[in-house]
Design a protein around this ligand. Structure first.
Ligand code: SF4
Length: 334
């Protein structure tokens, strides 16, 4: 699904969400005016380096942390200020898949108990119906019925992530938020878990927010991709549009780091090396947050924050792109 006219209501919408908190006595600006929508059945890949605010977004959507300003809508309803009690039925509809499958599973519980827990919490099924649902879930994620009696330490990392996915699916959510779900896994296992998520998403008609630090991982699963830098979105576009014609200098730098499978193309790949480290979120740079590392930065970039503007099929926050009528930054070979 690209940026064409949509007639449906987004399942999830963030409007100008900001989040500030205090760490070690210092104010941290974790999110800066973040706005995006995810439509039913769509997968939005949210990409950015560590510290860019991706996990804060996940926690804010789930109201595990409160936004400082802005609004969160779920299925058209403003849930920003709902009480915890009013949120309870909605929690069932939004489930989280964690980064570290081992840390997120209770080592003293069998798989059966792990999968039964959300059903019991949400009062969903009788004892016999629970047993049936657990068998169905194990089958759905490619595990065997006898796995129900085992403990998390008896499984490989990939299998544990399958258990985490089964747990998230147990209560029939409409939205899955997967926070770096494959980054703790071996590369060979990552593809299996990504394929499983994609198959489940299609089969169950799920809507997915897939968070990762790696554009290569997001490519295989996303319908649209949003790129974040230091708490703000810098580019949002349909997957093929973003990978085929990235406009923002930061997106271009991230893409230039992905190796080509073809050795001939790989030999010609030009990597855009960004100078410096990611700045602190305690004192982010003025103007464009990327200006301290951007090879194209000019005077306006240090003083004026670029807004996320629409250019045909992209949304981009960059003065250079704006001043060149939506042309791509000239960092990648044409
Ligand atoms: Fe670079 Fe300026 Fe664009 Fe920021 S606004 S990405 S510093 S050119």
């Amino acid at each position: 699904m690209g940026n064409e006219m949509r007639t449906t209501t987004p399942l999830l919408e963030l409007r100008e969400v900001t989040k500030q908190f205090v760490r070690s006595g210092l104010p941290v600006r974790a999110l800066e005016g973040v706005s995006f929508s995810i439509y039913p059945g769509e997968t939005l890949g949210l990409v950015g380096e560590s510290g860019s605010g991706k996990t804060t977004i996940a926690r804010t959507i789930l109201r595990l942390t409160e936004p400082s300003t802005g609004h969160i809508f779920f299925a058209g309803r403003d849930i920003t200020h709902l009480s915890q009690r009013a949120l309870r039925p909605l929690r069932r509809e939004m489930q989280l898949i964690f980064q570290d499958p081992y840390a997120s599973l209770n080592p003293r519980m069998t798989v059966e108990a792990i999968l039964a827990e959300p059903l019991i919490v949400h009062g969903i099924a009788s004892r016999s119906a629970r047993r049936e649902r657990i068998a169905e879930l194990l089958d759905l994620v490619g595990l065997a019925p006898e796995h129900a009696r085992r403990y998390p330490h008896e499984f490989s990392g990939g299998q544990r992530q399958r258990i985490g996915i089964a747990r998230a699916l147990s209560v029939h959510p409409r939205l899955l938020i997967a926070d770096e779900p494959v980054s703790a896994l071996d590369v060979s296992i990552q593809a299996q878990v990504l394929n499983l998520l994609r198959t489940l998403q299609e089969k169950l008609g799920l809507t997915l927010l897939f968070i990762a630090h790696d554009l290569a991982v997001v490519r295989h699963i996303s319908t649209r991709v949003a790129v974040m830098y230091l708490g703000a979105l810098c580019e949002v576009a349909a997957r093929d549009t973003l990978y085929g014609r990235p406009l923002h200098p930061y997106t271009q730098a991230l893409l230039s780091a992905i190796p080509y499978p073809d050795p001939v193309r790989e030999r010609g790949r030009r990597r855009i090396i960004l100078s410096g480290d990611i700045p602190s979120r305690v004192a982010p740079p003025s103007g464009c947050r990327f200006h301290t590392r951007c090879p194209l930065a000019f005077a306006r970039c240090a003083s004026e924050e670029p807004a996320l503007r629409s250019y045909a099929d992209h949304q981009v926050a960059c003065h250079w792109v704006q001043e060149h009528d939506g042309q791509p930054a000239p960092l990648l070979p044409g």
